[in-house]
Design a protein around this ligand. Structure first.
Ligand code: 5GP
Length: 129
């Protein structure tokens, strides 16, 4: 049996995770359920399965972009749209006391799902960082 060096094994599994359908794409395609807050032709917002605050939802584009570093120049309007959806959801959920928007990009930031997403956390006094 051929055994790959450890680093090679890691990069193979990273490449595999990038090429297979992400969990968020499966939520978009309704293959797995989610508690959906909002949907339009460009994006989806749903509650995080493991909330880190009393309010914790995710806003994702339907377009498959792995993360912030994968955003193209032609995605500027889409990204602006995601921000206005966040603003409107914050208003709808009465987050007048504030909220935090986070997007983890890459391994050092702890990104675990390689489909662009913005976390929105609220209803808790958040520490920094
Ligand atoms: P990341 O770690 O990539 O910044 O964030 C991924 C987020 O997706 C995590 O907060 C995690 O709890 C959430 N998540 C992972 N799998 C699912 C799922 O199947 N459903 C929902 N609603 N959230 C998920």
């Amino acid at each position: 049996m051929v055994s790959f060096p450890k680093a090679h094994r890691r990069s193979r599994s990273f490449a595999e995770s990038m090429s297979s359908k992400s969990i968020f794409k499966r939520i978009i395609d309704r293959e797995i359920p989610a508690n959906i807050l909002y949907e339009d032709d460009q994006c989806l917002a749903f509650h995080d399965i493991a909330p880190q605050a009393p309010v914790h939802f995710l806003v994702i584009p339907k377009k498959e972009i792995p993360g912030i570093s994968g955003i193209g120049d032609d995605d500027k309007e889409l990204i602006g749209h995601l921000m206005t959806v966040i603003r409107d959801l914050a208003h709808r959920l009465q987050l007048e006391n504030g909220y935090r928007v986070i997007s983890n990009c890459g391994p050092d930031a702890g990104q675990t799902v390689f489909h662009l997403h913005f976390h929105v956390l609220a209803k808790k006094k958040l520490s920094w960082p």
